[in-house]
Design a protein around this ligand. Structure first.
Ligand code: ADP
Ligand code: MG
Length: 595
């Protein structure tokens, strides 16, 4: 896929359908040319009518009718092509963008809200395609209006001059309007993005909102965002209306002058009646010409904005993709080593305006804050052992697992799997080596079986049942009417927190990787369920390397080695009994939890 300067754009996708796009353009040109035909033949027909040449008048009326019919047919074909290919092209763009979204790294996701992605992947491409098709129609109309205007201008030089001056003034006016419009349109998009993101979050956190009564506060935030949107929208539209109406006034005035002039010219027999009728149509053509010219301009601006925003997703400066090596190695032992590892979280903000609020040409990223988590961290986990990391909240446990699975990339030092630097491993080798069960796993709105098949698409029913048994959720699944074919709702809404965790564990177990990471994976479980998961983890013992992160110390009693983490440093390590004996803090933590 093209990157950075090798720029991908909406036009790349249109080029793939060159033939159809050209056909669409030609059909629209023919449709527009029909307008010229209709105008000329109608003018002739009316002129013959006034001279009582009825048969000629009828002939010209019929010709006009013929052009009208042709135009309808062209428009119909144009609609059909648009309806079919706009969807085809749009889905190609959407698909590529979704694929790109999969490639982005976790840091990028942490630095952007969900609204950003929804807007850029779904809404912006749709807007852009619609605008492009509009432009084709507009340009063809502009051409036909232009032809008519040139004809009218040639009838009389004074009328020609008036038309020329009006067009020049209107174009300058439009250029100015566009500059202002561009600025406001971007603001409108941005506020829209914020609303999208907030709405997504509100929908996802509905229970939290109710449980701690966040309705009022969130309504306030919503109101603030909608107000910002409203303000930007109104500003954009009021300014637009102002420009629009003043420009139209200019056209009206020019129209009246031309009309009066036309009457005088007919009176003095300087032009024939048919020419006057065409001059009479001047108003419509000039109006259409300027109107469409302005529209094309603003559509082009909107396409430019959308294009920039959409394909920014491919810009490594702002949306960073995951990088993999090309070493295709089967990590069979599952030995993990951290060598002098350091890691700092960095929060960036995209700066697109200068201090005065003016848009800058090249937006850039600015570091807003950073949190150092690890510096010079060293440890080694032997193959097929069970190791635990304990420590207070915020001590770096989850970050450690993210580095181990390369969700985040170390700033310094190395993470080695079976002695190979994790950065050198191919995507395939890395992903097949490690499974990570998150603290808050995401369960898809599919059936239980489908959720598990995501992990291993050719898993047999036996394997699925075994994984469910090992994750201590099999009995629960049996109580459901539809068993493994029960749908779980978005993010497993139909499950309890503990059940979700167990489905996630089953999902991970199915992958059968040599390393399995559990991040507080039993935190939502009651003692009974926790005990059964402990049993299944015990079953894995000696077969896979298991890393457990837990704040409940009772869950990791049987770990071979426990590392005690404090503010990103390993302050102690040993078996449970050893730590219990030698580390007062560890002992206090354990006793506090078992009161
Ligand atoms: P634990 O899992 O032990 O509770 P974490 O590894 O989640 O701790 O966090 C370690 C530190 O990193 C904390 O100080 C936390 O605030 C910070 N942190 C975690 N995630 C991010 C992030 N995406 N951006 C910035 N700081 C983060
Ligand atoms: Mg954590």
């Amino acid at each position: 896929m093209a990157k950075n300067k090798n720029k991908l754009s909406i036009f790349t996708y249109f080029k793939r359908h060159k033939f159809v796009v050209c056909l669409y353009v030609f059909i629209n040109i023919f449709a527009a040319a029909s307008t010229v035909g209709i105008t000329f033949s109608t003018a002739q027909a009316v002129a013959f009518l006034t001279h009582a040449s009825y048969s000629l008048a009828i002939t010209y009326f019929l010709v006009a009718f013929g052009f009208g019919l042709l135009q309808r047919i062209f428009w119909f074909c144009s609609d059909i092509i648009y309806d079919k290919y706009s969807v085809v092209i749009l889905s190609e763009i959407n698909l590529d963008l979704s694929k790109q979204a999969f490639k982005l790294n976790s840091e990028t996701y942490a630095n952007h809200d969900s609204g950003t992605f929804i807007q850029r992947i779904v809404n912006d491409p749709k807007d852009a395609i619609e605008s492009l098709s509009d432009i084709v129609v507009m340009i063809t109309e502009i051409i036909s209006d232009f032809v008519m205007l040139v004809y009218i201008a040639m009838l009389n030089w004074i009328i020609g001059l008036i038309i020329l001056v009006t067009v020049i003034l209107c174009v300058i006016w439009e250029m100015f309007r566009n500059k202002v419009h561009h600025r406001y349109a971007k603001e409108v998009k941005k506020t829209n993005e914020k609303i999208n993101s907030l709405t997504t979050q509100i929908v996802a956190s509905e229970k939290d909102i109710k449980s701690i009564s966040l309705e009022d506060k969130l309504s306030e935030v919503s109101k603030e965002y909608y107000d910002q949107h409203k303000k930007a929208y109104i500003k954009s539209n009021v300014v637009d209306a102002l420009f629009f109406n003043s420009r139209n006034l200019l056209i009206e005035i020019a129209g009246v002058i031309c009309m009066v002039l036309g009457v005088i010219l007919v009176e003095k027999s300087l032009i024939v009646l048919a020419s006057f009728i065409i001059i009479y149509s001047y108003h419509g053509h000039l109006y259409g010409f300027i109107w469409q010219l302005g529209n094309v301009w603003s559509k082009l601006t909107s396409i430019k904005i959308n294009n920039e925003r959409i394909f920014m997703l491919f810009d490594e400066n702002f949306f960073i993709t995951e990088k993999f090596g090309d070493k295709e190695v089967a990590i069979t032992d599952g030995e993990i080593e951290f060598k002098n590892v350091s890691y700092t979280y960095k929060d960036y903000e995209v700066v697109s305006k200068d201090e005065k609020g003016k848009r800058i040409k090249q937006p850039y990223k600015k570091l807003v804050s950073s949190t150092k988590v690890f510096e010079d961290l060293n440890f080694k986990i032997k193959k097929n052992t069970t190791v635990a990391f304990v420590g207070q909240s915020g001590s770096g446990k989850s970050t450690l697992l993210s580095l181990m699975s390369k969700m985040y990339q170390v700033d310094g030092g190395e993470v080695l799997l079976d002695g190979v630097n994790i950065n050198e491993l191919s995507k395939h080798s890395l992903r097949n080596a490690i499974s990570l069960v998150n603290q808050f796993p995401y369960i898809f709105d599919m059936t239980i079986k489908e959720n598990l098949l995501l992990a291993k698409k050719d898993a047999t029913d036996e394997e699925i049942n075994q994984a469910l048994k090992d994750a201590a959720i099999y009995d629960f699944v049996q109580t459901l009417n539809k068993g493994v074919d029960t749908k779980l709702g978005e993010n497993g809404i139909k499950l309890s927190g503990g059940q979700k965790q167990r489905i996630a564990i089953a999902r991970a177990l199915l992958r059968n990787t040599s390393i399995i990471l559990f991040d507080e994976s039993t935190s939502s479980l009651d003692n009974f369920a926790q005990e059964s998961i402990k049993e299944s983890i015990d079953k894995l013992k000696g077969k896979s390397t298991i890393v457990i992160v837990a704040h409940r110390l009772s869950t990791i009693k049987d770990a071979d080695v426990i590392y005690f983490l404090d503010k990103g440093e390993i302050v102690d390590s040993g078996s449970f009994d050893e730590l219990f004996k030698k580390n007062q803090k560890f002992k206090t933590m354990f006793l506090a939890e078992n009161i």
